[in-house]
Design a binder for this molecule. Structure first.
Ligand SMILES: C[C@H](Nc1nc(-c2c[nH]c3ncc(Cl)cc23)ncc1F)C(=O)NCC(F)(F)F
Length: 247
């Protein structure tokens, strides 16, 4: 019988620690140990908590997206794990020990060279290039969604908002913009909820800003655009004007 090694059994997944939370559910560090002799592999398990933001259908699309992407610069898919009699499911991915790029840049502020930042930027470009060849738009490219595999390798992760561009169009229009990270959004994404490879490139520009500012909390995109009331008023006005221009 052909063993589908991407269908993982919950009984072999041992909880280690909580890695982080999102508006979909949580990501836990687990050890997948089918032999039961602690020779298992550390994995990151994204558990779905169906809520108003993310449904099982959205989650299944994320699994389909990640399982279709094979690239050194994209977090690897390990499989899915159904539990509670297929009532809920988990997405199992490789575990990247150095965590998210934000934390890494803050902790290695003094040892990161410009050359290293350019290497990371190049790797993110290669990952995004692979996404583009499959007509995917990430829609949430930000330093918080880049993982660090080693001191010289980063990978794109979190494909929860990723969409496929229809073959007859150049862009994807979102009907219900959820919790939008608008500080990473291109003008046409703010104005018309339109997403394309070009809007991913805009977000990449914001990621470059994060990289070259060491993901410093005092100048991160959200902070920069709302540091004072004036900026807040200005930003609101800009969003309003952009929406008017695009309507
Ligand atoms: C909610 C989860 N948050 C976190 N994840 C990790 C993490 C370390 N190592 C990891 N290896 C594989 C994965 Cl999928 C996550 C981690 N560390 C801190 C977090 F806050 C997450 O998925 N964040 C999006 C992205 F993965 F892009 F960073």
């Amino acid at each position: 019988v052909s063993q589908d090694e991407t269908l993982l059994e919950e009984r072999h997944l041992r909880y280690v620690s909580l890695l982080g939370k999102g508006n979909f559910g949580t990501v836990e560090l687990c050890c997948y140990d089918p032999m039961g002799d602690n020779t298992g592999e550390l994995v990151a398990v994204k558990k779905l908590q169906p809520n108003k933001h993310s449904t099982l259908e959205d989650f299944q699309k994320e699994v389909k997206t990640l399982s279709a992407l094979h690239c050194d610069y994209i977090v690897k898919y390990r499989g899915v794990c159904y539990s509670m009699g297929r009532l809920t499911m988990s997405l199992v991915m490789e575990y990247l020990p150095y965590g998210s790029l934000i934390g890494y840049m803050e902790n290695h502020r003094n040892s990161i060279t410009i050359k290293r930042m350019l290497l990371f930027a190049f790797q993110i470009c290669k990952g995004m290039e692979h996404l583009q060849t499959q007509r995917y738009v990430h829609r949430d490219l930000a330093a918080r969604n880049i993982l660090v595999a080693s001191d010289s390798l980063v990978k794109i992760a979190d494909f929860g908002l990723t969409k496929v561009i229809p073959s007859d169009k150049e862009y994807y229009r979102v009907t219900q913009p959820g919790e939008s990270p608008i500080f990473w959004y291109a003008p046409e994404s703010i104005g018309e909820s339109r997403f394309s490879h070009k809007s991913d490139i805009w977000s990449f520009g914001v990621v470059l800003h994060e990289l070259f500012s060491y993901c410093d909390i005092n100048c991160n995109p959200k902070r920069v655009s709302s540091v004072t009331l004036w900026n807040k008023w200005m930003f609101t006005t800009i969003v309003f004007v952009v929406r008017v221009l695009y309507s």
